[in-house]
Ligand binder design. Structure first.
Ligand SMILES: [Zn+2]
Length: 266
């Protein structure tokens, strides 16, 4: 089940990248989470896309959940629920905590009636990723985390603990104590944002914290895509070969991340 296992969540941008991640998960016989930014969501046919993810992952013998990442647009969140997406991130982290609570509960009550899971965030994860751009590091306070957890009804919790979106310019100063604190006062699965660019050792350390259940990877797949394009141009034969080269490049990076989970189990 999603809330008990540990999963990577990969940001994908089209049918092909979704297929590459599902293929990677199937290769390791793991379940996986796929997610899109709001910018990508707007470009996808939501219902058709969720049908594709369901059908293709079933065909490959695994389970893939589909999530809309960092969304504060209520209409879009409702649209994702109505389009058969499995999870939504109701991101009110830019709001004062009381407003964030109100917003999150409003969205969660709609989503839960339709069996859709909800992720929320306390404190703002900084950095740039598609249509999010947060300059200020807003590490969550323990008081806000506690208040938020007490007053919301959600399925996944993310907090800003020094992690960042995009590429890390310097080695981040991660506040592991905040991860442990949050996981310690709540049964909720903890979500690590900004997993791209963290070393395998850091990822292993986070995976090792009880309660960490979802680790988001976005930028690493985009770097793989870019490298796939370069190789495809160099080794050009036919479009189908180019597609395969790009696919394999994405799949390989997804596999290398997901192997970190089985490393823990063995
Ligand atoms: Zn994020």
């Amino acid at each position: 089940m999603l809330t008990t296992g540990q999963h990577f969540a990969f940001n994908i941008w089209d049918f092909e990248s979704a297929k590459a991640v599902i293929d990677a998960a199937a290769f390791l016989s793991q379940d996986v989470i796929l997610q899109t930014s709001t910018g990508i969501y707007k470009k996808l046919p939501g219902k058709v896309f969720s049908d594709f993810v369901k059908t293709y992952s079933k065909y490959k013998g695994i389970h893939a959940w589909l999530n809309i990442d960092h969304c504060k647009d209520e209409n879009m969140l409702i649209n994702a629920v109505d389009s058969g997406w499995d999870m939504i991130m109701a991101d009110g982290s830019s709001m004062p905590v009381n407003q964030n609570i109100e917003f999150t509960n409003r969205i969660a009550s709609y989503a839960h009636k339709r069996n859709v899971m909800v992720e929320a965030e306390v404190g703002q994860v900084k950095g740039i990723e598609d249509d999010i751009n947060v300059q200020q590091d807003a590490i969550a306070s323990k008081d806000d985390i506690k208040t938020f957890l007490n007053e919301t009804n959600i399925d996944f919790i993310a907090v800003a603990f020094g992690n960042a979106h995009g590429e890390y310019k310097v080695v981040p100063n991660l506040h592991y104590d905040l991860v442990e604190y949050t996981a310690g006062i709540s049964e909720l699965p903890f979500v690590v944002h900004g997993g791209s660019g963290l070393s395998d050792d850091v990822l292993r350390k986070l995976i090792g914290i009880e309660g960490v259940k979802k680790i988001n990877i976005s930028t690493d797949l985009k770097i793989a895509y870019k490298s796939g394009i370069s190789k495809a141009i160099t080794d050009w034969k036919q479009p189908i070969d180019a597609n395969q080269i790009i696919h394999d490049e994405i799949m390989e990076v997804a596999i290398s991340k997901m192997k970190l989970l089985s490393y823990k189990e063995n």
